[in-house]
Design a protein around this ligand. Structure first.
Ligand code: GTR
Length: 434
């Protein structure tokens, strides 16, 4: 009976409430002419003159717009002093091994979150170079679970739903023993550890399974319960994954070796969108890296090249706040575009990367957003100036805290990308005390 009620509520919240643009956009925002939107002009025409204006009113106005109309509001779980009770960490395994002669400490930690009788388990795989104090740590979620990122036997094999994938040797929607290490090429420890950096990663499904079965699992269940009324600005999966990234960051602050570490939040594709949103919401991330993040990531909405709002919300409505669906076919009515998402990260370093054959993610749109975001970075670093000049394949550009590259090839994250991320992280995050 209970079950059927939940099911009915789910159907109701998904289908009966698919919102229209007129209904969801606040009236005062509907009066804004979307053609006039600009990064440095408020929704009501006020001009941003300096970083104070940006921080006091323009940044909050953009952030709140993204919460209301795009990704949904990510809840504050508990006041800080409740935190200890909410999450308990348990070290499952510790190994030490060598990568190209560098000693590495590897731990896998089970984080158990408890709230009002509900629980969520997440498995964190941590790799640290043993000879570096407070190393820079890359923080990222993985697509197929920890057992796929390396062949170490101790890594946990996820029980969650995953995408079917021949290369990963999945059986139906589950990974198998044979999946071990099949995605290691996406997490090149030789490059990361070899450069004195660390890595912490977890399976994204630990925080929210990537399936459209309602918001009865993952972080949504933990925060909201299984039966709840979903507001049209309630958080979708990208917000839940961004919460997971923040949780990985919180864990690093408890570990003695990484307490003083600088961190780089990184994500590929849908997880690149989550990394950008995590970087916007959580300024504990010192560097943000978006790899082939595409629509609702670094790519422009307005140009509607490659994936657009209709295409993405048709297949993945649950990634976003329900309000976002009201912009299907109305990409140009949205009062934000993705240079604004990128600018929320300023003045921290930001790296956007594309691949030349990845037309679905619109490389030029990704570059354009970075190009336009520079105008906010200039409020902090007047010397940051670059002309619009789309890069050629295999080219990279760095201008102060901003970086971009166009890898040759398809939608992927490869060693070629990582070599550049690691070098940029070392350059942009190394302080004299490091
Ligand atoms: C695609 C989706 C993209 C991107 C990609 C991925 O199917 O349309 O927005 O996120 O998946 O995550 O690999």
């Amino acid at each position: 009976m209970y079950k059927y009620f939940g099911f009915a509520l789910f159907i109701f919240s998904f289908y009966a409430c698919v919102p229209t643009y007129e209904k969801v956009h606040e009236e005062n925002l509907r009066q804004v002419d979307p053609k006039t939107i600009a990064l440095l002009r408020g929704f009501h025409g006020e001009v941003v003159r300096n970083s104070d204006d940006w921080e006091k009113w323009r940044r909050p106005e953009i952030l709140s717009y993204y919460e209301q109309y795009v990704f949904g509001v990510r809840p504050e779980f508990e006041p800080k002093d409740f935190r200890k009770k909410m999450v308990k960490y348990n070290v499952l395994s510790i190994d030490t091994f060598y990568v190209h002669g560098v000693p590495v400490l590897h731990k896998e930690i089970k984080a158990r979150f408890s709230r009002r009788g509900r629980h969520l388990n997440a498995y964190y795989a941590l790799f640290l170079p043993l000879d570096v104090k407070s190393p820079i740590v890359f923080v990222g979620l993985n697509f197929f679970g920890n057992s796929t990122i390396d062949t170490l036997k101790s890594l946990t094999q996820t029980k969650h739903y995953v995408m079917k994938n021949e290369g990963v040797k999945t059986k139906g929607h589950r990974v198998t023993e044979a999946s071990s290490g099949t995605k290691a090429y996406r997490w090149p420890l030789d490059i990361i550890i070899g450069n004195g950096c660390g890595l912490i990663t977890a399976h994204y499904a630990d925080f929210d399974p990537d399936v459209n079965t309602g918001f009865f699992d993952g972080a949504h269940r933990l925060a909201d319960g299984s039966i709840h009324f979903r507001k049209s600005n309630a958080w979708g999966s990208i917000s839940a994954w961004s919460w997971g990234l923040s949780e990985l960051q919180s864990y690093l602050q408890l570990e003695e070796v990484t307490r003083g570490s600088k961190t780089a939040v990184i994500g590929h594709s849908r997880l690149g969108k989550a990394a950008l949103w995590a970087g916007a919401l959580d300024n504990r991330f010192d560097l943000v890296i978006s790899n082939n993040s595409g629509c609702a990531g670094a790519a422009q909405f307005r140009t509607m090249v490659g994936e657009d709002i209709e295409k993405i919300t048709d297949r993945f409505p649950y990634w976003f706040a329900r309000n976002f669906q009201a912009f299907q076919g109305k990409d140009t009515l949205l009062l934000v575009d993705q240079e604004m998402l990128l600018a929320l990260i300023a003045p921290r370093p930001l790296y956007v990367a594309s691949a030349n054959l990845d037309s679905w993610a619109d490389p030029k749109g990704e570059y354009t957003s970075l190009y336009k975001a520079q105008f906010v970075y200039q409020l902090y670093y007047p010397e940051v100036q670059f002309e619009f000049n789309m890069l050629k394949k295999r080219e990279q550009m760095e201008v102060g805290p901003l970086a971009y590259h166009l890898r040759e090839g398809d939608h992927e994250i490869l060693a070629w990308d990582w070599e550049r991320y690691v070098a940029f992280a070392k350059k942009s995050l190394s302080s004299p005390s490091n």
